[in-house]
Design a protein around this ligand. Sequence first.
Ligand code: HEM
Length: 178
Amino acid sequence: MLAELPHWLINTLSPVNRWVHMVGSTLLVGGVLFFEFVVPLATTDLRNEQRMAVFGRARWVFRSVAVLSVVLLIVSGAISGWQVWSMYNGLDAFTGGWRYGPKPWLAGHVAVGVIGFIIVLRVTNTVRVAPRPVGWLRALLVVLLVSMFLASVARHVRLRVDALRVSPQSPVIPWEGE
Ligand code: HEM
């Protein structure tokens, strides 16, 4: 189906969609970093109730950014998944099973990303500020970074196995034999 689209359209939509995915992850991770490091630092001299009030207000701003990022990530991620899926299937046929291709890494990426969405919506959507917002944000940051790492591995495995498929002489480990 993708092959039926004109080349100029694929070559325009693909990088734009990847860029949107990057923008979504940058906004989300950047927002969490701001919330975790800047807001607590800027409010250290305040009393606990005042700190919570500032957290509450900052959380409202972060909430819009987070919702926008989650929507961008889901839409662009679904388009990316649709784009790479036939290639993933081709790689499975080459490696002899989905376990050896990029699918488990992509599944991990999406699963951990969804856990991140749940945490971000929990942190930003409750009526009251969570008792330990910084603890949740720290967990969220780790979850998002793990999700991004799994995406990097999925992409690497996809490109490496594809290179091997095109040229079987290509070394299994890229730096081997260089
Ligand atoms: C429903 C959720 C998501 C879906 C369906 C999704 C889907 C995808 C897909 C299909 C890819 C391409 C993998 C490949 O190149 O083989 C990808 C890459 C990526 N995703 Fe996601 N993703 C989601 C959530 C997230 C989240 C929450 C983050 C950020 C924390 C994120 C950050 C990235 C990054 C950094 C890449 C690597 C892009 C690259 O190097 O080309 N994604 N994602």
